[in-house]
Design a binder for this molecule. Structure first.
Ligand code: SF4
Length: 418
């Protein structure tokens, strides 16, 4: 039985990993089993700083062989160490699940003993949970770089999601701050998992699929000097080549003192802007080049969609009743859901501003970029539009930490609608 002291160490050590969203897996409980993983993922709840907390998030060990400069668990750090066994993790998961504390597991580990041994123990844990403890809830497993492909592929058959962290946005930074890891050691397992997924889908395998909720990754922002443009280019390549479900950005927090690291964190606003840009790439049809130049950073003042629209005022206003979907998606204040609602509704009637308000379109932003039945209520001058949107931008800077606010800024942070 795991004791409270080790549990405290291992859950505390896991808290810096943010890649624990659970959406995308669908598996019903079986008779005599425990738990479900539903299409929408297990229920999420969020701490005030936006972290997901409904999974048991734990390390198997924080006793690491490696010495990543930014990590509180690195071998040279003077911290309390703890390790648990596969059975201890399984018992904890089942106990917590039965008490309704958690709905799934996010299991990771520092590299103790060797990469293969660590991955074997992680693999043993998830197999036991599924086969011995009959647990059908959601499991997200963090993979260990340099572990043998056979162990990784075996583990992948028993979990919903796997992730290998790319850690830092460039090879150069990896060499400097995480010298025992290489780009290949992080990307190769992702590639193999991707290949296995493609083979499955080509062979129409439905039952017993590997990682049905796909792969994710995480990178630390602000510990190294890469610009937002470089980070977004890497993100775009990871979505395209590895078929990732999500890239998570973790704003660097200076928990470790080091001459190689900045003395202050990157701030949550930068993280928030990167997530907004990420949504534009995935759901709004934007190319990374349109959002941010290679060596540039995103504007703190305007969200990336507003920033793009302000640079391209010559393309606006567009008529809501006739504009193609691709253009509606580019209007500030019209989110992806809003654009699809407009496309449906306008088949039946010509839309006015009052109709848009009922579709949750943010009229005070959108009005500068659209006409409805030929009517335009925005500002004619580019300067006035900039000033109006800058007020929203400043509110966003002030409010973006509050995930519980009912304001449109906070809702946008939760839903990705921009
Ligand atoms: S491998 Fe690096 S980042 Fe992971 S626990 Fe060890 S020192 Fe920390």
């Amino acid at each position: 039985m795991i004791d409270a002291a080790r549990l405290a160490i291992l859950t505390e050590s896991a808290k810096y990993d943010v890649s624990c969203s659970s959406s995308g897996s669908s598996r019903a409980n079986r008779k005599g089993g425990l738990g479900n993983a539903s299409v929408g993922g297990i229920c999420h709840s969020f701490t005030p700083d936006g972290r997901c907390i409904s999974l048991l998030k734990i390390l198997m060990s924080n006793d690491c062989l490696y010495d990543c400069e930014y990590c509180p668990n690195r071998v040279s750090a003077d911290v309390k160490r703890a390790t648990v066994t596969p059975d201890e993790v399984c018992e904890l998961v089942i106990n917590f699940y039965k008490r309704n504390y958690i709905e799934g597991l996010f299991l990771s580990s520092a590299v103790f003993d060797s990469p293969n041994r660590t991955m074997e123990l992680l693999c043993e844990t998830v197999i036991k949970l599924r086969k011995v403890y009959n647990f059908h809830g959601y499991i997200h497993l963090k993979g260990i770089p340099y572990a043998d492909d056979v162990i990784i592929m075996r583990a992948a058959k028993f979990v919903d999601r796997m992730s290998f962290n790319v850690e830092l946005p460039s090879e150069k930074s990896l060499r400097l701050l995480a010298p025992q890891k290489t780009k290949e050691s992080l990307l190769n397992p992702m590639k193999k998992l991707r290949l296995a997924q493609i083979c499955e889908s080509e062979n129409h395998v439905r039952k017993g699929r590997i990682i049905p909720a796909g792969q994710t990754t995480q990178m630390i922002i602000g510990a190294s000097p890469e610009s937002d443009g470089e980070i977004l280019r890497l993100t775009e390549a990871l979505y395209r080549k590895m078929g990732l479900k999500r890239v998570y950005y973790s704003s660097y927090i200076p928990v470790v003192k080091s001459a190689r690291l900045p003395s202050c964190g990157a701030g949550l606003l930068r993280e928030h802007r990167l997530y907004q840009a990420d949504w534009l790439i995935r759901f709004y049809g934007f190319d990374v080049d349109e959002i941010c130049g290679a060596g540039e950073n995103l504007s703190p003042e305007y969200d990336p969609k507003c920033a793009w629209a302000l640079k391209n005022m010559h393309l606006f206003p567009v008529e809501v009743n006739t504009a193609p979907l691709e253009m509606l998606l580019r209007v500030p204040g019209i989110g992806a859901k809003g654009a699809y609602r407009i496309m449906q509704a306008r088949k039946f009637t010509a839309l006015g501003f009052d109709n848009l308000a009922k579709m949750h379109i943010i009229i005070k932003r959108a009005k500068h970029f659209i006409t409805c039945k030929g009517k335009f209520y925005g500002s004619e001058s580019g300067q006035a539009v900039r000033a109006a949107l800058a007020i929203d931008g400043r509110r966003e800077i002030d409010e973006q930490l509050s995930m519980f606010s009912s304001s449109e800024v906070a809702l946008s942070a939760l839903t990705g609608e921009i």
